[in-house]
Design a protein around this ligand. Structure first.
Ligand code: SF4
Length: 568
């Protein structure tokens, strides 16, 4: 594959490969890759696991693993490599690491190295108050660790920066903000910047060009699917309700043995209609997963009620106290019925299987427990049907969980969830551990199952656009509260809350307007929980927490200044 920018090029670019081919034994890691990156240009290379992007960066950096043979050419002049999984030494004070890395590259003393590092931190947007050169990185928040790593690269001042999976693991809003700052630095200082990551990492946003690696070959990127799979029919009557749902966890007693607790979910009200898909959206720490589990009473919420078909699940899921006149079996039928109707999909499906039993044996137990009306000799047939509907072959029933790939485990989790013929699936990041292509396949299968069975679906995810793509409605959560709810189309095109706008910007690879990380549940600011990060925050935001108000039919927002334009 020939990159068009090569044609007619006269001056050598700082990054160039020509028909670069990498082989590990008989295996092709990279097949005739030709590319060129100019000074001040940002190139994103996207691809799933094993697509060859790490091998490509390794060849550019002259750091190929032992046993890899190379043909063609690869060159990156004056480069610095941030390798995949590369990080600061966790226990060594930052100042010492700056002295070693910056001082070593530029021949500077500690004071001069720290001055350059401070400039790098400026360019990564780290406020002076957050700079702790005396601390080891393990004591810094993850966002700050990445900012320090990038700042150190900026301080060294390479001609070429190669970054493999940069800022991986950060929330999209935080990751995209940092990567845009890194791209700004590269353009301003004439650095050739190569970012490599997964297609869903949003690297296209800060980049000038994107190339996709698929099965070791460079291709133009495949556009993400943006339209719903099928036209969504209007949903029916609400059957699942959350009323004032809250969750608190006990803490160690305070002075004088005073009982203390930490509230992570606050007074949530929701209605889920028959056949409706509801996206629960929010960054890590927003408590969307806690809400999803509370809807299943796994565990029951500590405040409020979850009502399914008129029955208060929180009352039936809580074991009766000793001596309770209801007795042990007062509502056993109701609990079983709810367990059968409301099924979970977990974020780590492989871990949710018992490693000591085959998939089929575990499925048989589920049927025995939740569907005793199905005769024993019919169970195998039901298991085969569920596996096939979830995209697996019936033979998967004979396999052990450890023999399943991550993607197969996700599909097996879906098969288990539909065994009991549920009415509602509650999914907490069910595809978070899958590659981009596996996610697409899994979500397509999930939506096909939903449509075929007219299921209601609650989908908790930090992927704003992906969560809303196949949803009727969305709920945006921040610090355990709903800050915006609306139909999916409104949230995808014209959200009003600054937090929703930032999540939408990050989903499109744009620079989110929020500053800093989400505060932990232990350190929520007074007033609006977003106020330290919000571009629209004013004095009043510190004095009063905004409440959820209807701003249009079916559209609710919790922000004092929701009608202020995004640019302030
Ligand atoms: S209430 Fe204030 S701080 Fe909170 S989101 Fe609205 S403008 Fe921002």
């Amino acid at each position: 594959m020939t990159d068009a920018s090569v044609l007619g090029a006269a001056k050598p670019a700082p990054v160039e490969t020509e028909a670069l081919t990498l082989m590990l034994g008989d295996r092709v890691l990279l097949d005739r890759a030709t590319l060129r990156v100019e000074r001040g240009q940002v190139l994103a290379i996207t691809g799933g696991a094993g697509s060859g992007k790490t091998a490509l960066l390794g060849a550019l950096a002259g750091r190929l693993p032992a046993g890899v043979d190379m043909a063609g050419s690869a060159r990156a002049d004056g480069h610095l490599l941030i390798a995949q999984g590369g990080r600061l030494a966790p226990r060594r004070p930052l100042a010492l690491q700056v002295a070693e890395v910056v001082g070593h590259h530029l021949g500077l003393d500690l004071r001069s190295s720290l001055r350059r590092m401070a400039d790098g931190l400026d360019r990564m947007g780290v406020p002076a108050a957050a700079r702790r050169f005396d601390l080891p990185p393990e004591q810094l928040p993850e966002q700050l660790r990445w900012a320090c790593l990038f700042a150190m690269a900026v301080a060294v001042g390479p001609s070429v920066l190669l970054a493999d999976a940069p800022a991986a693991g950060l929330d999209p809003t935080v990751r995209l903000r940092l990567l845009h700052r890194l791209a700004d630095w590269a353009r301003a200082d004439g650095v050739a910047l190569v970012l490599a990551g997964r297609p869903e990492d949003g690297l296209a946003g800060p980049a000038d060009r994107v190339l996709a690696l698929r099965r070791a070959r460079l291709l133009p990127p495949i556009p993400a699917r943006t339209e719903p799979l099928t036209p969504l029919e209007p949903p029916g009557t609400a059957r699942l309700h959350a009323r004032g749902v809250g969750m608190s966890y006990p803490l160690a007693p305070g002075p004088g043995g005073k009982a203390r607790s930490l509230a992570v979910l606050h007074g949530i009200n929701l209605d889920l209609r028959t056949g409706e898909t509801l996206a629960l959206l929010g960054e890590t720490g927003s408590a969307k997963a806690t809400l999803a589990r509370s809807l299943l009473c796994l565990p029951p919420p500590t405040a409020g009620a979850v009502v399914w078909m008129g029955r208060d699940l929180t009352a039936t899921a809580t074991p009766p106290a000793a001596g309770d006149a209801r007795g042990d079996d007062a509502d056993r039928g109701g609990v079983r019925r709810a367990r059968r109707d409301l099924q979970p999909l977990f974020p780590d499906p492989a871990a949710s299987f018992d490693p000591a039993m085959t998939i089929g044996a575990q499925f048989a137990l589920v049927l025995e427990s939740l569907r005793p009306d199905i005769a024993a000799d019919r169970r195998d047939h039901r298991i085969d049907e569920a596996l096939e509907e979830a995209g697996l072959r019936p033979e998967a029933a004979l396999r052990w969980p450890s023999a399943l790939s991550v993607a197969e485990a996700a599909h097996a989790g879906l098969a288990r969830a539909i065994l009991s013929e549920p009415r509602v699936l509650v999914a907490d990041e069910p595809a978070s551990s899958l590659s981009a292509e596996e996610r697409e396949t899994f979500l397509d299968t999930l939506m096909a199952v939903r449509d075929r069975r007219r299921l209601s679906l609650v989908l908790a995810t930090e992927r704003y656009d992906e969560g809303l793509r196949d949803a009727h409605r969305g709920v945006v959560m921040l610090a355990g509260r709903v800050v915006e709810s609306a139909d999916a189309g409104t949230l995808r095109t014209a959200p009003l809350h600054p937090y929703s706008r930032a999540m939408l910007a990050a989903a499109h690879g744009e620079r989110p307007a929020l500053e800093g990380d989400a505060p932990s549940a232990f350190a929520q600011p007074a007033g609006c929980p977003l106020r330290r990060r919000c571009p629209l925050a004013r004095e009043f935001c510190a004095q009063a927490a905004p409440t959820l108000e209807q701003v249009a039919p079916g559209h609710h927002v919790a922000c004092h200044y929701w009608d202020t334009p995004a640019d302030g």
